[in-house]
Design a protein around this ligand. Structure first.
Ligand SMILES: [Zn+2]
Length: 82
């Protein structure tokens, strides 16, 4: 009886691992499809000239050759580093 329980537990374990792997694969596949969609590819990350955080280029504000994470930081201007 105990062996049967262990056997069923092992079967359930294998089924669970396979399901988890399949889900991980599906998620990876979905992510790949999204990345392949035009305009939704890997975004170029750019450093904010004011606070130094990296944000996607499309989400920030560009001013000349400088890049800022937000309009507020564009108005604040680049941080002086010396
Ligand atoms: Zn910033």
């Amino acid at each position: 009886m105990r062996n049967l329980l262990i056997f069923l537990l092992a079967l359930w374990g294998i089924w669970w691992v396979r399901r988890a792997l399949k889900r991980a694969g599906d998620r990876r596949k979905a992510g790949g499809d999204q990345a392949a969609t035009p305009g939704r590819g890997v975004e170029h990350m750019v450093e904010c000239a004011h606070c130094g955080i990296h944000v996607p280029e499309t989400e920030g504000v560009r001013e000349g050759d400088r890049f800022f994470c937000s309009e507020a930081h564009r108005l604040a201007g680049p941080r002086k580093r010396d």
